[in-house]
Design a protein around this ligand. Structure first.
Ligand code: AR6
Length: 173
């Protein structure tokens, strides 16, 4: 209850949190954007763990979340979630983006994480409108934290100055 939500500008691969969240794709095999950066800086151990998940369950569905080691990163875990690709709001994208935040937070709680950092899921290659995505992120996190969670701090990592303003506006509105 009452966990702090903080917005910072930076690179999520440098963030010291119990868990950092990756905006992955359903294959879990890596990609561009934040996914590429996490695998590049985290090292091969992350991909090895992803391959075990793939062997077990075939990947990760949109809106769901799985976790791996954080390899060489300063976090304990990487929580991989798959955001929706924006298709004019016609494919329940908001619902699936909400699920990404909820399921990542739930997994972080199960892993006894006190701090978790999120990138702006789906707002890069997946083209989700940034304002709407920020509102969804803040609402999903606030609603989740009002339930039975032991997470103490949620860090929203903006990669660009503009994204920081968008997230701060959503946080204070
Ligand atoms: N730290 C924090 N945020 C970052 C970083 C970083 N190092 N790098 C990018 N961002 P994206 P998506 C921001 O495209 O839209 C991959 O290929 C970026 O500016 O990484 O969910 C996956 O494999 C943007 O605000 O993820 C999928 O195929 C946000 O992170 C696909 O991209 C998300 O942008 C997922 O697309």
């Amino acid at each position: 209850m009452g966990a702090k939500i903080k917005v910072i500008l930076g690179d999520i691969t440098k963030v010291h949190a119990d868990a950092i969240v990756n905006a992955a794709n359903t294959s879990l095999l890596g990609g561009g954007g934040v996914d590429g950066a996490i695998h590049r800086h985290g090292g091969v151990q992350i991909l090895e763990d992803c391959r075990k998940i793939i062997a077990r369950q075939g990947g990760c569905r949109v809106g769901e979340a799985v976790y791996t080691t954080a390899g060489n990163l300063p976090a304990k875990y990487v929580i991989h979630t798959v955001g929706p690709f924006w298709k004019n709001g016609e494919m329940q994208e908001s619902y699936f983006l909400t699920k990404c935040y909820q399921n990542s937070l739930k997994l972080a709680d199960e892993l006894a994480c006190k701090t978790i950092a999120f990138p702006s899921i789906s707002t890069g290659i997946y083209k989700f409108p940034k304002d709407l995505a920020a509102q969804i992120a803040i609402k999903a996190i606030s609603d989740y934290m009002a339930s039975n969670s032991t997470i103490e701090e949620v860090i929203l990592v903006a990669f660009e100055e503009e994204d920081k303003d968008i997230l701060n506006n959503a946080l204070t509105s």
